[in-house]
Design a binder for this molecule. Structure first.
Ligand SMILES: Nc1nc2c(ncn2[C@@H]2O[C@H](COP(=O)(O)OP(=O)(O)OP(=O)(O)O)[C@@H](O)[C@H]2O)c(=O)[nH]1
Ligand SMILES: [Mg+2]
Length: 491
């Protein structure tokens, strides 16, 4: 009874939220664009460059409203949600453009409103929309989406799944300390705060180790254990899955009961509010993935990325699961999966990166048995830190990229100082993506593709033209992404 009452209340709240959004949308059309991706995927850089290009009249030939000169003004406005931190655009641009360093990592949700005034292409459209559209850009960690499956699990199921994963493959090694501790406690023993804390810390350390392992394992839930924010140390974040729980109910006052209650608290104070208050209100979504990094780390990392991507995409297409679909509210009608940082490759490989990403998305979609309609795929660079050139060597011409490697980057034993430019041959992606998707993954001897040279370059210098007007940040295909995501709303 209690559970059905809770989910009923969730439904009711969502209906209200959406109604309120729709009502204000009639007076003032807005589109809420979610920008997500796992940490370091490029969310902050994407939003900063998008806004900079729109504010500074950047080169956006594939964004129809800009190309045809129908955008009459673009400006930042105070974002409408009082409880969400503002996306600190000015700070990020200061870093990128003035200091030529990449902006700091951001660990929570933030939002920015951009309002465009435009000439409608049709008279009818102008009458209804008054030629004004606000875009609310919402930056949130992809890790939070990976928590969705927890809502359909009880504490035992969650424990069994997590423990089973931790017993296999690379994770086995990383989980040793936590598993030893978890196996040493008795769920039927009296609950004890210090034991709970030690267990939770060991579990969080295991999750962090998976994340930072150079074999690039994708994240496991609960997502907030990696980025606790202001919930750090709260009971909702002080629990752990346990092995060998059996079937019998936990007695009151036992460690097992305490863990179970806290797991439920995590769902109700962390997971549900996020989906209800933030996710359910999105109209469009871009998911950024660092496919290049995974490709570079080899087939196992690619498969891991595919798994994470399936979990993320499952949130956008809840299918027939009614509990989840009611919590997810209205349907996001367009999702773009973008492989970022394409400027690490010569343009000849951009289409290959796109094809590889498409293959990854197709497989992820198939894995969860959903329809791929409304999902598009692109390879982009929010900020192009490199330029292209050709080097002649032994009568052959090699396509290279040039840029300023970040201070401390090492190429062929040489350490760069952050000022000197250089050219590198990044290597080519294979024409056929098959080699990345072999099961079991191919080893180099069996024809696994050679790694790509990935050098971390500084952001480019953005010049001012003779009139002292600042030019916009260079990018690759950002305009195409923009056209897909909001082009129809400016018709
Ligand atoms: N060359 C290049 N590097 C990029 C680009 N976008 C992101 N990067 C690199 O990726 C790093 C992470 O980018 P962010 O935008 O901070 O990523 P994020 O998803 O906001 O990361 P968190 O805030 O930690 O979740 C940057 O520091 C850059 O080194 C791009 O378009 N080109
Ligand atoms: Mg960020």
């Amino acid at each position: 009874m209690a559970t059905s009452l809770t989910s009923f209340r969730d439904d009711a709240l969502i209906a209200l939220d959406n109604l309120a959004d729709r009502a204000s949308g009639l007076v003032h059309p807005t589109v809420r664009l979610g920008v997500t991706g796992l940490s370091r995927a490029g969310k902050t850089v994407f939003i900063s460059s998008l806004v900079h290009n729109l504010l500074h009249g950047g080169r956006l030939p594939l964004f129809e409203a800009a190309r045809s000169g129908r955008l009459s003004s673009v400006r930042l406005e105070p974002q409408p949600d009082d409880a969400i931190p503002r996306f600190q655009y000015e700070d990020h641009i200061q870093a990128l453009v003035r200091e030529r360093v990449w902006p700091d990592s951001t660990r929570a949700i933030s939002e920015l409103r951009l309002t465009l005034q435009f000439q409608s292409a049709s008279g009818w459209g102008r009458f209804f929309s008054a030629g004004k559209l606000s875009i609310d850009l919402v930056d949130y960690p992809g890790e939070w989406l990976l928590d969705l499956p927890l809502l359909g699990q009880d504490y035992r199921t969650f424990s069994n799944k997590t423990v089973e994963l931790a017993r296999g493959g690379i994770r086995h090694e990383l989980a040793k300390d936590w598993m030893a501790l978890a196996e040493s406690v008795d769920p039927a023993a009296p609950a004890d705060e210090m034991t709970a804390r030690r267990l939770a810390e060991a579990f969080a350390a295991y999750l962090k180790a998976c994340k930072s392992d150079e074999r690039s394992l994708s994240t496991l839930p609960p997502g907030r254990f990696l980025m606790p924010g202001d919930l750090d140390g709260s009971p909702a974040l002080t629990f752990t899955p346990l092995p060998n729980l059996g079937e019998t109910r936990f007695e009151k006052g036992t460690l097992g009961a305490m863990m179970e209650r806290r797991f439920e608290a995590y769902k109700s104070v962390v997971v549900k509010p996020f989906f209800r208050e933030h996710f359910a209100r999105l109209d469009r979504q871009i998911v950024l993935i660092d496919a290049l990094q995974a490709l570079n780390r080899g087939p196992e990392a690619v498969q891991d990325l595919e798994r994470a991507l399936s979990d993320v995409l499952a949130c956008f297409r809840p299918g027939s699961n009614s509990l989840l679909s009611s919590l997810l509210g209205r349907r996001i009608d367009k999702v773009l999966v973008a492989a970022t940082k394409a400027d690490h490759l010569h343009h000849e490989s951009h289409d290959r990166l796109e094809a590889l990403t498409r293959r990854l998305v197709d497989r992820a979609v198939e894995r969860i048995g959903m329809a791929g309609a409304g999902i598009d795929v692109m390879a982009i660079a929010s900020v192009r830190a490199t330029r292209e050139a050709t080097v002649r060597q032994d009568g052959e011409s090699l396509p290279v990229i040039t840029g300023t490697p970040m201070a401390g980057e090492k190429i062929n034993g040489e350490i760069f100082d952050g000022n000197r430019k250089t050219a590198i041959f990044p290597g080519d992606l294979p024409v056929k993506p098959d080699s990345f998707f072999k099961e079991p993954p191919a080893s180099p001897e069996e024809g696994a593709p050679p790694p790509i040279n990935i050098v971390r370059f500084r952001p480019p210098s953005v010049e001012e033209n003779t009139g002292g007007i600042q030019l916009s940040v260079p990018h690759i295909r950002l305009d195409r992404a923009l056209q897909f995501l909001i082009g129809d709303r400016l018709a």
